[in-house]
Design a protein around this ligand. Structure first.
Ligand code: UD1
Length: 307
């Protein structure tokens, strides 16, 4: 099939593009390489449309003859959204609307949307289930949830088969460790590998359900192939277990082979969720999703890649 991966130069998008190619699909990527990186696609046989998802002409060009869209393009990072909520909204919410409308106009069969666990916010009940009322805390969370609502509306109003995958803290090879908006695992892994001191925001007792990239790629392929019953649905994609940041640091140090390390503790970040853990029953039932790579194995593969 002809697939379009928006944000195909990014961490998650480039991993999806590789998996699609491996199984014989034709892959087109649209990316403005603002946070995506060209090295992620080095030696990968994809057609690249260079430009922003905010630009309708670019998106229309990218959408030609496409059967399935994997919409991964976004400005990630809760912190970035706190610093510049307008940019985050423009790319994540308005950009998603743009891609959806182009997909509808082009007659796309299936639209798989990269949603976020941040939709749940700080509601006290764990694990998070999809029937809970969302309570987004940060501008980032609001922007991702807005995209999810647009997906639902496009299914209801236009019959475009949209599936939203609520990713829980994805990590793995090709995730950018170089920005202060980078995610915590690449930051901790590169710090411990290079003898630098990792920074923990808060007391380190906040918890996350870290999800290895291969599980997320697999979920995307399953969501693309599942029957029409998935249209208009949102589902958690996670590992289904949580660790605190302090436990995470120790686990990475162990993989790196450090007996002793230091960390600095700073004020918690505004917009940060305290605890996150997914119930993954819905994805199991609807698309047959099983998290094949657990945290210890995922950390091993990630540290290996970064070193
Ligand atoms: C949130 C979403 C996640 C989404 C991501 C996109 C939740 C629960 N998760 O991730 O699904 O993919 O946004 O950006 O809402 N931290 C440190 N030191 C650092 C960097 C981070 O202590 O150097 C802390 C953060 O303050 C946070 C935790 O580590 O408490 C995780 O941060 P991060 O990796 O940025 O992801 P989330 O914001 O949890």
């Amino acid at each position: 099939m002809q697939a379009l991966v928006t944000g195909g130069g990014g961490f998650i998008g480039s991993n999806i593009a590789r998996a699609l190619l491996e199984r014989g699909d034709s892959v087109r990527v649209v990316d403005d390489f603002s946070t995506g990186r060209e090295v992620n696609l080095e030696g990968v046989d994809v057609e690249v449309v260079r430009g922003s998802i905010e630009d309708r002409d670019t998106v229309d060009r990218a959408m030609r003859d496409v059967e399935v869209v994997f919409h991964q393009a976004a400005l990630p990072s809760v912190k970035r959204s706190v610093d510049d909520p307008g940019r985050t909204h423009a790319v994540n919410a308005t950009g998603t609307l743009n891609v959806l409308d182009a997909a509808r106009a082009a007659g796309v069969r299936r639209f798989v949307y990269a949603s976020s666990s941040s939709a749940y916010g700080d509601t006290p009940v764990l694990p998070k289930r999809e029937d809970m009322v969302p309570s987004p805390l940060s501008p980032y969370a609001v922007s991702k949830l807005a995209g999810e609502h647009y997906c639902k509306a496009f299914t209801k109003v236009y019959g475009l088969e949209c599936v939203a995958l609520r990713y829980f803290n994805v990590y793995g090879p090709r995730q950018d460790p170089t920005s202060h908006y980078s995610a915590v695992i690449p930051l901790f892994a590169t710090a411990l590998l290079t003898g630098a001191t990792p920074t923990v925001f808060g007391d380190g007792e906040q918890t996350r359900d870290f999800t290895y990239i291969d599980n997320v790629v697999r979920a995307n392929l399953l969501a693309a192939e599942a029957g029409p019953q998935v249209a208009g649905e949102a589902m958690n994609i996670a590992c289904g277990e949580r660790v605190s940041l302090n436990e995470l640091l120790s686990a990475i140090a162990e993989v790196v082979g450090l007996e002793d390390f230091e960390a600095v503790y700073r004020d918690p970040r505004p917009g940060d969720v305290r605890d996150s853990l997914a119930d993954i029953t819905k994805a199991q039932t609807l698309i047959g999703y099983v998290p094949e790579v657990r945290l210890s194995e995922g950390l091993k593969r990630t540290v290996e890649w970064f070193s």
